[in-house]
Design a protein around this ligand. Structure first.
Ligand code: BES
Ligand code: ZN
Length: 873
């Protein structure tokens, strides 16, 4: 349990006041900013209640109601709030003049400075650093914003909505003003303001109903040339949402601002999205194919929030997955429609398994709908986001696309302009789909357990073959063990399955049937073809139909069969992953199973033959080993250094065994990699994968070729070359890294990838390397991207971070204590590198524990303390 006070879902009470409109006036000076707010307020009920407003590091200058200055006795003020004891019963105007200091605000919350420009971040609770306000998402208001500032220092002055006016100030023509109006009521976390020297690039979009939208991207001078990809992505997202969800953009302008100093990836402020510059500025010379695809999806994600998040918002922060889970689901569907459904699914599942499953197993495990929290910033997690999205995907599967969209439409119609709950969403969905809740074919209460229970359910599968009747009997059992209450929780687990006859090659007997496991135990009877002698091969959880782990009695040969024959992208990939997990598990238990290793490598060779030209992206995905976090999760006692070494050894073996085949393909790939994304991305990925294996296997020609490719015009190729040289730690690695640095030292976004490379690559020079990176002249302590590059990179440097003397951990703890002083949000996210301490072998466990104690004894922020205490307990 936390030593700090927590907020509970069960304590929710409606805010007793409405604030239909807010007028905000910003007077930007050289040392501080004067903010004047004027709020129209009315009590919801007839009886009077106290008016409680939040405020953080705001200096109050004056306060009045209906033009009358308040006496000291009429309000009380603390460092966290301002309370007006008995406000008028009838509608009144509350005017507050106050002063804030954005120039010394390093938290990157509220109003702050980034590379000379002023910018805001209000989600989740940053608005209270700008002015006194309830600062909760269920208070919706119409905003009008006036900004005045020096014309040369701040030529661009932006806020949400449409521009109403701009002009010079008569009294003093060094200053100018802008007035912005947002006609849509919104919660304050969607408020945004940007002021500074920015250049803009513009484009237009015409909606399906013929409305012309002005779209504009604001960047620092010189970065204009990197906005094309973001524009294309935005226009695709706007079109997709109209075509698929019937949702059209609602303002006349859509603006995106790129900022260097940003805690998160991007923020969906109404009509004025603010983006981490690394998620806007990109072309195929500066960003990899993966990064370009990520940017496309983040731009879409923030755009999609305009409906799922902004027009319909969250009642309170316990409902966070209402907007984030749903919007992740929407951005995943978007990417999957634009590119490849099968490959996108593999990518998303791989992410989920490596990060969300790991979170579910560890000390910060929580439900998609948590019951309590200390700092809401700590709840922007992969469970809220990616598991939240999985729940909606299951609903889409259970309802079918047509009914699902009927449900979504009803939800949007019903809750437009209001603040809703996840239960509102589910109820609308079911009502829209089946007209009445009672018609729902599955048990809704059991489905809701997905929202309320933490942990990853496990499903056990056993088959028995009835050869006389050619029937395959399958029994399923579900268990969810993170549930400490020991009650018998049942979930609704949709299982898509197919069956393959061994005799008749790859023809499925039953294809993509849906079985719903909604009890602890349930049986399935599969009729195969009459006369079928042998039991068929069962392909389960196709498309990864539910976010569970499972254990079945399938045999190694079954997995080999599926790895070669399954026609579901996910299941085919997963069979290979299963086999590789088995191989690595065996190796790490000091046993060997050479026959399995060679069987698998032969299957790899066969796959290479059959897939080489057709589907290079898929082939590369199939022959890549499971992620490190996934491997860690296989063991009761984790030895990170050994896992790393065994996985390298296994990859050396693969490289050596399929050397000839890989060399031939690599040759054929040249000449096919010089296309603009997305064209050629499969060839580039496959080439990168092959380079990695061949370089590991000691192929000097490939290694030299990699060094030469650092200056290739495609960043994907350049970074693939770096990646292939990474494990070697020899002079070629050094040379490649220097070449890369010299090419990109002028571009901070690209340089971050160099910082991450240097911090994460194995080298014998010890921890000094990390210290040096942190004091490198190009390293910026105030930029979370840079901190994440170096410290995040360091945490993936297995030998260094996990060194048995515990020095790596202590170093990390010291640095995080420093980061926490200037930026608690970034520190508390990064401190999760210590989450798995209890699962490690004793040496590592003790080292991590000591570092956690050190953090705990230090004077750290409430945010970081919450995470440290959870991890320690
Ligand atoms: N609303 C969030 C951004 C946010 C989260 C701001 C928490 C402040 C605190 C935004 O919509 C978001 O989810 N961004 C993600 C990227 C997205 C594609 C999943 C992010 O910033 O990582
Ligand atoms: Zn989001």
């Amino acid at each position: 349990m936390s030593t700090q006070k927590s907020i509970k879902l069960s304590d929710y009470v409606e805010y007793p006041f409405l604030i239909p409109s807010i007028y905000l006036d910003f007077d930007i000076g050289t040392d501080y900013v004067v903010v004047q707010s004027s709020m129209i307020i009315k009590q919801k009920k007839k009886e009077s209640s106290k008016l409680v407003l939040k405020g953080n590091q705001i200096k109050l200058l004056s306060i009045s109601i209906n033009g009358k200055e308040l006496k000291f006795s009429e309000y009380s003020i603390s460092d966290k709030s301002l309370i007006i004891n008995s406000p008028p019963i009838s509608e009144f105007e509350l005017k507050i003049r106050s002063q804030i200091d954005p120039f010394r605000n390093t938290s990157l919350e509220g109003l702050y400075l980034s590379s000379g420009m002023l910018t805001t971040q209000c989600e989740a609770e940053g608005f209270r650093r700008i002015c006194f306000h309830p600062d909760r998402p269920d208070v919706l208001s119409r905003y009008t914003v006036r900004i005045e500032a020096d014309r040369t220092l701040y030529p661009i002055l932006l806020s949400n909505g449409n521009k109403k006016y701009s002009g010079n100030l008569n009294s003093n023509n060094l200053r100018h003003e802008f007035i912005w109006e947002d006609p849509f009521p919104k919660p304050c976390y969607l408020f945004a303001l940007v002021a500074g020297k920015l250049n803009s690039v513009s484009d237009t979009y015409i909606t399906n109903t013929g409305r012309l939208i002005d779209i504009r991207i604001y960047v620092e001078k010189g970065d204009e040339k990197y906005t094309k990809h973001a524009f294309n992505s935005l226009k695709k997202a706007m079109k997709w949402d109209e075509d698929n969800y019937g949702l059209e953009y609602d303002l006349d302008e859509y603006k995106i601002v790129a900022v260097r100093h940003f805690n998160m990836g991007a923020m969906e402020n109404k009509g004025l999205n603010i983006f981490n510059s690394k998620l806007v500025l990109a072309d195929s010379k500066t960003a990899t194919d993966n990064e370009l695809e990520r940017i496309e999806s983040v731009i879409a994600h923030e755009y999609f929030h305009n409906w799922t998040g902004n027009r319909i918002t969250c009642r309170d922060w316990f409902q966070l997955s209402l907007k984030e889970g749903l919007t992740v689901f929407r951005d995943q569907s978007f990417t999957s429609d634009l590119h490849s459904k099968g490959l996108k699914r593999i990518e998303d599942v791989s992410f989920l398994r490596n990060f969300q499953f790991a979170e579910d197993k560890g000390p910060t495990s929580h439900a998609v709908k948590p019951k309590e929290y200390v700092a809401i910033d700590n709840f922007y997690t992969t469970t809220i986001y990616e598991k939240g999205s999985e729940l909606i995907r299951m609903l889409e599967l259970l309802l079918g696309k047509e009914k699902f969209f009927r449900g979504i439409n009803l939800y949007i119609k019903t809750f437009d302009g209001s603040a809703a709950t996840t239960e509102d969403f589910i109820n609308s969905l079911i009502k829209g789909a089946y007209l009445e809740e009672k018609n729902c074919p599955f048990d809704l209460d059991k489905f809701l357990n997905w929202y309320y229970k933490p942990g990853t359910p496990k499903v056990y599968i056993n088959q028995s073959w009835d050869s006389k009747n050619s029937i395959l009997n399958v029994s399923f059992e579900q268990k969810i063990d993170s549930d400490k209450t020991n009650e018998n929780t049942e979930m609704v687990i949709p299982i898509l399955y197919s069956c393959y006859s061994r005799e008749k090659g790859a023809n499925p007997i039953a294809e993509n049937n849906l079985f719903v496991l909604d009890k602890n135990k349930k049986h399935l009877k599969i009729n195969t073809l009459p006369g079928e002698k042998e039991a068929p091969v069962l392909s389960l959880f196709r498309c990864f139909s539910s976010p569970v782990v499972w254990e079945s009695d399938l045999l190694i040969d079954d997995y080999l069969f599926l790895f070669l024959n399954d026609n579901d992208y996910f299941s085919r990939w997963d069979s290979g992953q299963y086999l590789m997990r088995e191989i690595l598990k065996t190796r790490l238990c000091n046993k060997n199973n050479l026959s399995l290793e060679y069987k698998f490598i032969n299957a790899m060779k066969e796959t290479i033959k059959s897939l080489e030209i057709n589907d290079p992206f898929f082939l590369a995905t199939l022959i890549t080993i499971p992620g490190f976090a996934e491997l860690e999760s296989l063991f009761e006692k984790v030895d990170p250094i050994r896992i790393y070494r065994e996985s390298i050894d296994f990859q050396v073996l693969i490289g050596n065994e399929i050397l000839q085949e890989l060399r031939v393909i690599a040759k054929n790939l040249f000449g096919k990699i010089d296309h603009e994304w997305p064209m050629g991305k499969g060839e580039r990925k496959l080439l990168g994968t092959i380079w990695f294996y061949l370089s590991l296997a000691g192929d000097r020609d490939v290694q030299k070729n990699c060094v030469e490719s650092i200056s290739h015009s495609s960043m994907t190729i350049s970074r693939a070359a770096l990646g292939a040289l990474k494990p070697l730690d020899n002079t070629l690695t050094e040379e490649a890294s220097n070449l890369f640095y010299n090419l990109w030292k002028g571009n901070p976004v690209v340089l971050d990838s160099w910082f991450a490379y240097e911090a994460s690559r194995p080298h014998k020079r010890g921890i000094n390397v990390i210290e040096k990176l942190l004091s490198h002249p190009k390293f910026d302590w105030k930029a979370p991207n840079a901190i994440r590059a170096v410290l995040g990179g360091f945490s993936k440097n297995i030998d260094l971070f996990h060194s048995l003397d515990g020095q790596g951990y202590l170093f990390m703890a010291d640095k995080l204590i420093e980061v926490d002083k200037i930026n608690p949000i970034t520190a508390s996210r990064m401190v999760k590198v210590f989450s798995k301490w209890k699962t490690y072998i004793d040496k590592n466990k003790e080292g991590m524990y000591e570092s956690l104690l050190k953090l705990n004894k230090s004077n750290i922020s409430p945010n970081t303390r919450e995470v440290v205490e959870l991890i320690l307990n």
